[in-house]
Design a protein around this ligand. Sequence first.
Ligand code: PLP
Length: 360
Amino acid sequence: MKRAYNFNAGPAALPEWVLQEAKEHWLNFNDTGMSLMELSHRSKDYEAVHNEAKELLTSLLSIPDNYDILFLQGGASLQFTMVPMNLLPKNKTAYYALTGVWSEKAIKEAAKLGNTAISVSSKEDNYTYIPNPEQIELPKDAAYLHITSNNTIYGTQWSNYPTNLSVPLIADMSSDILSTPIDVSQFGIIYAGAQKNLGPSGVTVVIIRKDLIKEDNTLPTMLSYHTHAKNNSLFNTPPTLGIYLLSLVLKWVKQQGGIEGIANINKEKAQQLYNVMDQSNGFYRGHAEEKSRSKMNVTFTLPSEKLTKAFLQEAKEAGFVGLNGHRSVGGCRASIYNAVPLEHVVELAKFMKDFQNNHL
Ligand SMILES: *Cc1c(COP(=O)(O)O)cnc(C)c1O
């Protein structure tokens, strides 16, 4: 069987090794005579998987001791609610950097719970760039600053983060976590839905500085970070299968030389596509400004709507999956997350060059 050229935005490609490994143990996990899905979440066998996923993530990201890792449900979207619910007191204001649809959605939820304000925004320019982090200044009443590290829909990505903030930096890293080295200690909370770079949908990873976890009995139990931190994310039944697959993805990342190894391949992958665009004499026009280009989602349009349509149609016929731009912006988007092999990106780059040559 030939694996599809999968450029889906999410859920997205998983490493073939992960799928093979899961298949290998599908019917009989660890000689239990049961699949992983059939194990009790209180069993030793499951607990080992759960804790190994945490250990692997800790070592890959060099997560300091004063952070906790939580495995939650509800997607990144539920974090839009949990962050302000847990971190925004009545007398303070939550600041958001507006860099795309996901940041809009995040601030919308926070506004239902407390005071919010926009710190910087590229909305006026159709989210074509990431504002300069040096320009961010927060007033005294700030509770935290929330950013979206990679804007999945527009194809822009922060290359450096605000520093010297007096409040916690909260980052939605759903579409670029583990793609490049980061300094976790710069952040108060990092969260990510798993279905782009970490595994299947259904698990959300939250990396949270321990001093931000506070017991508050007025919060709904399931929406309090304290509940999950106190119980090692086993307060209720966690998404065990998703966490198992996450642990395999983390093992795979380790095999690739860790995040440094992955980052090198990601750089090469992104370069393949941006080179074709830059050498196309404007045939492929990127949505993102050059300095804000994402290494995870490459967004572009062709000279006319008709050509864009023809490109997507021919690409589909040639076996490329998921190249349609998000319904809110149109055009084309190639999502080249960690698990998308370099060879598949090379094939796409070739296809783009050929398409241009055939349509000049
Ligand atoms: C996909 C995505 C989301 C939404 O994630 P869900 O897990 O579907 O809630 C949020 N933020 C960003 C940056 C995303 O890419």
